[in-house]
Design a protein around this ligand. Sequence first.
Ligand code: SAH
Ligand code: SF4
Ligand code: F3S
Length: 474
Amino acid sequence: MHVPSLKEAKIRNKKEVLTKTYENIKESKLEKLGLNKTYYIKTYGCQMNEHDSENIKAILEEMSFKETDTMENADFIILNTCAIRENAHNKVFGYLGRIKHLKQEKEDLIVAFCGCMAQEESIVKELTQKYKWVDIIFGTHNLHELPTILYHALQSKKQEVEVYSIEGDIVENIPVKRANKYKAWVNIMYGCDKFCTYCIVPYTRGKQRSRKPEYIIEEVKALKKQGYLEVTLLGQNVNAYGKDLNSNYKMENLLEDVAKTGIERIRFVTSHPWDFTDKMIEVIKKYPNIMPYIHLPLQSGSDRILKLMGRRYTKEEYLKLYQKLKEALPYSSITTDIIVGFPGETRKDFEETLEVVNKCQFDSAFTFIFSPRVGTPASKMEDNISLEEKNNRLQELNKLVNKYAKERNDWYLNKTVPVLIEGFSSKDETKLMGYTDTMKLVNVDGDKKYIGQIVDVLITDIKTWSMDGKIKTD
Ligand code: SAH
Ligand code: SF4
Ligand code: F3S
């Protein structure tokens, strides 16, 4: 049994990170563990977690489990959780309540709890004390050990807790069952060393560890060969890629090498403004297969709050970078993340955030109310703003964000843009859907033979969060 410790998770050791290779499951006792059994996985959180679930699925299928799309039919339920805000916590525990009922009806049901919440000391304590019926708990650092953890749980018939606070080595070649046939997520790094004062991620995901470039390039080349058209390079702070490798190989080098593979579309998330270099901008400009889309979290427009957040840039520096990006890449779309109601945020601080939004006129923004996370410095800061006031600020901000999102979209009316057609629209089965190079969702009229192709689409109507269009076939 290994339980997580917040104190240990905070430590950044100098130990060299090694690269290991995932061994396919060769032991027959594990290979057949899931024979005639189904699994259902529910994923919360960011793209990193979605991608982890793609790994978990493939690992389970190597153990003969088959996927089912309803929780009620499953023999094995996995909750891959997120710890970023309190509401994620509430959702997961609500869901656990539903599973408990199923577990009472179905004795053989196996339940696993993993992901970022499993890395939290207080959560594991709660699970070991009040949710003894949850069979296995494992963390973000050892999902590749799932087969043996599961085997032991079934043998011992006791709750198996295997969560490490210290990250360990990088494991390559973990199998993956990708959700999309044309777009793929590719991790380029794990963890985060930024320690923004409000954020739990550096504790739940460990120290920054970049994958070796050769593994990343090989993965992209293999994806291209399999017919994938788009890759999204994933990391909490991709611009810091390579800083932990003992070489001069940085994000701009990786972007360039990935571009040279010739894969049609390359995206990358998330960019921390602090590490965005001029060289990166040059590379993005130089290669047409690097998409003109940048997610550049602002968090706050007030220097005072930015300092308290530990973001390491000022409002002026953010605006300067924004300007530089827009000058170099005028066609690009830029989106952001903003937190309102950080401890001590005054009306004046908030207005400075609005001012930056007015200046940048973002294509879109994810906006959040500050949520105190146990163990982070911001959770101990004095917070005297009422929830009502925070809600009002959020609404005021959202109104402004939506106005600019619509205006940015309006520019597209009657223009022709490239769209990767992914499939049928979930809201209207008679339409196709896809994303532009600038990451705008388009519902498209056209023949289904275009699914899996990047085609020219004439934009015919604009909404705040999407557009309509039709395929140009001339
Ligand atoms: N690595 C990314 C962020 C990942 S979390 C980055 O640095 O940009 C996604 C977003 O969640 C953050 O950008 C932030 O806006 C929000 N967030 C993180 N912790 C939060 C908290 N404690 N309360 C509210 N929002 C939070
Ligand atoms: Fe969290 Fe900051 Fe790291 Fe992003 S950069 S994951 S907000 S600590
Ligand atoms: Fe959530 Fe963990 Fe991602 S906390 S946002 S799932 S890195």
